[in-house]
Design a protein around this ligand. Structure first.
Ligand SMILES: [Cu+2]
Length: 463
């Protein structure tokens, strides 16, 4: 998608950007390739400069560069984009080079880097290179280290990528609006020695969140906490590709958080170590085993593990409302309420109420009419039925005998016989209970004391 042809056919906006510069000037600028597909692009092997092991941006891509007089030149175009969050829902976001998040930038420790940034947004912007050690005037903070890049203008940033590690880029201009619209991208500086910190598969992802009212397309950008879409690289499950690994591959997953809350990132079936932060690599002696690591706002974490266990392993944020899509809000809890046969009556009291809880089936079972351009809050089909997940959730698929560099979805895991949880078909004796261990009966008259959706309780619903 990022070849010359897609540049010519898919980049009307980019061509317009170049035409703002003089003809002679345009030749001085590197191309700004665009990418429209939401598929995970194959790792971009370096064609010039020092060798390195490229990363894989989940449902994203890496920005090609050109080498000019020993300098790596990139061209970012800040512009409005349309991003498919998952099949069935598109969002009007802002991003770079056709996509949110913007393309991943990969360089090598010691590289001199020059980045042209063309602003095609309706307001000024800037780019801050989060985590880089650079001259202060290249830090991209509007008003503090540079004037804003006005609409239609192109700025140049230039610095040496001084240390290897995991970084990101984002505006430092009208941040609340621009980040709520999806403006961000990943940056990896590879070590000079490609054998240092080498892994077999190196995935990168940025966490972002949006507040898009069901049925609409554009995020509400004055939202501070109450976001309803929790995304990995501006995609939600089931729109996220699996993380594929060959059994016994050493795998790294780099996670950056540009939402307004923390995300405890959890991996099933494996133990990992936090091997890097946005400050650099963690010394081996300072690492400890984990299955969940919290990624706070504005942080990056690089986790590493040996994918030694074949299977389909959940990888997700451990906040349960972050593995749900937009319809999950303002629904009353009715666990313990026997509402069989009274759903219609409840509906008169609580419009839009959906039957769930211990008597009515789970949220994942709900089949309700959705407005156009909205995802069910928990969805995804698995080999055993409804997966009941959305948001920040995907699957690590570990398989024997994959080819090196094969990132294709291998399908669902075939479990060895006798290794899957199954229904017990024998006798089930009645449990022996202590005298006080019975659940308390609901007081009469409170069974239907449900909160009405939309009637916001500002004390109780926070993220
Ligand atoms: Cu989360």
């Amino acid at each position: 998608m990022t070849n010359r042809r897609s540049f010519l056919t898919g980049a009307g906006v980019t061509m317009l950007g170049a035409s703002l510069v003089s003809k002679a000037g345009a030749a001085a600028l590197p191309e700004a390739p665009v990418h429209n597909s939401a598929a995970t692009a194959a790792p971009l092997a370096p064609t010039s400069g020092r060798p390195y092991n490229p990363v894989v941006t989940l449902n994203g891509w890496t920005l090609p560069w050109r080498m000019k007089d020993g300098v790596k030149e990139f061209h970012l175009v800040a512009e409005p984009v349309v991003r498919e969050l998952a099949p069935g829902m598109q969002a009007n976001l802002w991003g770079y080079n056709g996509q949110s998040p913007g393309p991943t930038i990969e360089v090598v420790e010691g590289d001199r880097v020059r980045i042209f940034v063309t602003n095609k947004l309706p307001e000024h912007t800037s780019v801050h290179w989060h985590g880089q050690l650079l001259p202060c005037g290249m830090d991209g903070v509007t008003g503090l280290t540079q004037p804003g890049i006005q609409p239609g203008k192109t700025f140049v940033y230039e610095f040496v990528a001084r240390h290897a590690g995991t970084f990101m880029y984002h505006p430092h201009a009208d941040e609340m609006q621009q980040m709520a619209m999806g403006m961000m991208g990943f940056w990896v500086t590879h070590p000079k020695n490609p054998r240092q910190h080498a892994v077999d598969r190196d995935y990168v992802m940025l966490l972002s969140s949006y507040d898009i009212e069901p049925g609409s397309y554009t995020p509400r950008t004055n939202t501070m906490l109450d976001f309803n879409l929790w995304t990995i690289n501006s995609r939600v499950f089931p729109g996220l590709d699996p993380l594929v690994a060959r059994q016994n591959d050493k795998v790294r997953i780099r996670v950056g958080n540009l939402t307004m809350t923390n995300h405890p990132i959890h991996l099933h079936g494996h133990r990992f170590e936090v091997a890097g932060t946005d400050g650099g690599w963690v010394p081996k002696s300072a690492r400890w085993p984990e299955v969940t690591t919290d990624v706070a706002v504005g942080q990056m974490r690089a986790i590493e593990f040996v994918a030694d266990a074949p299977g389909d392993w959940a990888f997700h944020c451990h906040k349960s409302h972050h593995t749900m899509n937009a319809m999950g809000h303002d629904v009353p809890t009715l666990i313990g309420v026997d509402h069989r046969g009274v759903a219609e009556k409840i509906n008169q009291l609580v419009p839009g109420y959906m039957v769930m809880g211990d008597k009515g089936g789970s949220m994942g079972d709900m089949k309700m009419a959705l407005p156009a351009n909205t995802l069910p809050m928990m969805s995804g089909e698995g080999p055993f039925g409804n997966l009941e997940m959305g948001g920040m959730f995907t699957v690590l698929k570990v398989r024997e005998g994959l080819a090196r560099g094969d990132y294709r979805d291998p399908g669902w895991y075939r479990h060895p016989a006798g290794t899957v949880a199954r229904e017990w078909s024998g006798e089930v004796p009645a449990p022996t209970r202590a005298p006080d261990a019975r659940p308390a009966p609901a007081p009469a008259g409170q069974a239907l004391d449900a909160r009405k959706p939309g009637a916001k309780d500002h004390g109780g619903h926070h993220h």
